[in-house]
Design a binder for this molecule. Structure first.
Ligand code: C2E
Ligand code: CA
Ligand code: CA
Length: 511
């Protein structure tokens, strides 16, 4: 019976209040009476029990959800920080690691060092063997870099074929040693699908300086890397402030080159190609120079690479084509020079072969000047054709059909095989001047020169020998059956007026 003042009612009330406040382990004591009040107490306890179980389950579910969320967050972070192909860190992770290393250095640690690695032959591997092989190469390279560095070093792929290693603390000597180890590992042969490849790499090193931003560090390591690439394969170069200056100069030249083409600051010099047996002129090679308004004469080795990298090479090439062909027309029609029958030789860059309009440009320019296609010879470097793809082959075949002459330039500096040369639509090979430089000092050189000439002949091609500087060299080459030569012995490259003067005066060179 419900009686006022029953102490169980107070306990019941108190229990319900505590349960409502969230103390789910609260249980209300039963009395020995086992009456209706005890029944309500029992029911309340059962509800409390259920409530507690439900609550615990809910908490567990929330905990596991939280855990899953955390995991997903970690994975996302990992994904945002890694390069999916190689599993290495990516650029933003590297920048973060660089910033952390800089902070540690500021706290009294050793200064971090950054190595930037760029593969030398990746583009041609990718182009010739396909992207899936290219990807495999990148994965192998990533593994090799990782095994060549120390445990605490960070290896990242920055994109393409560019990798970086952050050494959180290293002396310049240590960084150089580790860099050398990475280069040695990357120079090893790579075996893929039964094929052996060798990629090689160039490396730039930048020791961090206090207060330097990660972006500056990367930029300066990049500059050092470019310098090492320019020096040849498998080199490591440490950043020097003078490199920054050279880069600035380059950037300036890039800006100015465009105007140079428009404002006709370019000039052509001409160097004769001579028939060794008679001393008569067979050809004139057009060699471009840049008459810079403030820097003086700039030689092509300094600005052709810039023109190639910035895409200005096709405009430049077109300028050379039009001006040289027009010059040949003038020499052919001028009564003082028209007795010489020689062709114009121009240097063609790999980028030109990639332009379909190039074929039309050549045809139209020749037609406008009233010249036969055979009066123009295109000098193509080995590397520009050897790396050739479908488009290159199409352009070469079209040019051959057009009837212009084609010549391999700088022969002997590349890697092309003789059998490859035989398949190309070329009729002459210009042998690089370095193959002649040791003639006279090296007793083995004459035999090498004779062998190279024999090889070219065996392919049904004629040779033009470049870099002839003495009468002895000219005579030796003539004696072994080389038909044509070019070099300072006959004439240096000359400006138009001087070349015209020589044509007027001379019948045989050097005269
Ligand atoms: P290249 O086609 O191998 O040109 C021959 C280079 O050797 C010229 O240098 C020439 O001055 C130099 N030379 C000639 N005879 C001798 C010699 O007896 N001894 C020595 N030591 N050198 C000799 P240059 O004019 O500085 O040209 C350098 C390179 O620039 C050329 O090498 C060619 O690859 C490139 N080039 C020049 N003009 C053009 C152009 O109009 N278009 C393109 N795409 N490249 C060009
Ligand atoms: Ca040439
Ligand atoms: Ca050459």
């Amino acid at each position: 019976m419900l009686t006022e003042g029953d102490p169980r009612l107070a306990r019941l009330l108190d229990g319900i209040v505590r349960l409502a406040a969230g103390e789910l382990d609260t249980r209300i004591e039963l009395s020995p009476a086992r009456d209706e009040i005890d029944a309500v107490i029992m029911g309340t306890n059962l509800l409390a029990e259920d409530l507690q179980t439900m609550y615990q389950e809910l908490e567990e579910r929330v905990a596991s959800r939280t855990q899953a969320l955390h995991q997903a967050h970690l994975e996302m972070r990992h994904m945002a920080m890694t390069d999916p192909l190689t599993g290495l860190f990516n650029r933003s992770a590297l920048v973060q690691a660089l910033e952390e290393a800089q902070v540690e250095e500021a706290d009294g640690g050793q200064s971090p060092a950054l190595l930037l690695v760029d593969l030398d032959a990746f583009k041609s591997i990718n182009d010739s063997m396909g992207h899936s092989t290219g990807d495999q190469v990148l994965v192998i390279i990533g593994d090799r870099i990782r095994s060549a560095v120390r445990k605490g070093d960070t290896v990242a792929r920055l994109g393409g074929d560019e990798f970086a290693v952050l050494l959180p603390g290293a002396t310049p000597a240590e960084a150089t040693t580790i860099g050398g180890r990475v280069l040695a590992a990357l120079d090893q042969v790579i075996e893929i699908d039964g094929k052996s490849l060798r990629c090689g790499a160039s490396m730039g090193l930048r020791m961090a300086e206090p207060g330097q931003t990660a972006e500056d560090l990367l930029m300066e390591a990049d500059i050092a890397m470019y310098e090492s690439k320019a020096e040849g394969r498998n080199k490591l170069k440490a950043f020097e402030p003078s490199m920054l200056h050279a880069r600035q100069l380059r950037t300036q030249l890039v800006g100015e080159l465009k105007d140079a083409i428009i404002e006709s600051q370019l000039v052509l010099y001409y160097q004769p190609i001579i028939a060794l047996a008679t001393g008569e002129i067979e050809g004139a090679e057009a060699l471009v120079r840049w008459k810079h308004p403030t820097r003086g004469m700039i030689m092509p080795d300094e600005f052709i690479p810039i023109a190639e990298e910035t895409g200005l090479i096709s405009e430049l090439g077109n300028w050379v084509l039009r001006n040289s062909v027009d010059q040949l027309r003038r020499w052919r029609t001028d009564p003082a020079t028209s007795r010489h029958k020689f062709s114009m030789r121009i240097n063609v860059s790999a980028a030109d072969l990639q332009r379909l309009e190039f074929i039309e440009d050549v045809r139209d320019t020749l037609a406008a000047a009233g010249l036969e296609p055979a009066q123009l010879v295109l000098e193509l470097t080995e590397s520009s054709i050897i790396q050739g793809d479908e488009l290159d082959r199409y352009t070469l075949a079209s040019l051959e059909r057009l009837g212009v002459g084609m010549e391999i330039d700088d022969f002997g500096t590349g890697y092309s095989s003789i059998s490859y040369l035989r398949r190309l639509p070329v009729d002459t090979v210009k042998v690089d001047r370095t193959l002649l430089s040791a003639l006279g000092s090296d007793p083995a050189q004459p035999a090498l020169i004779a062998a190279v000439l024999q090889l070219i002949r065996a392919c049904g091609l004629e040779a033009v020998w470049e870099g002839i500087e003495t009468a002895e060299q000219a005579e030796y080459l003539r004696s072994i059956g080389c038909t044509s030569g070019q070099g300072y012995y006959f004439s240096r490259p000359l400006p138009e007026a001087e070349f015209t003067e020589k044509l007027r005066r001379l019948d045989v060179w050097p005269g």
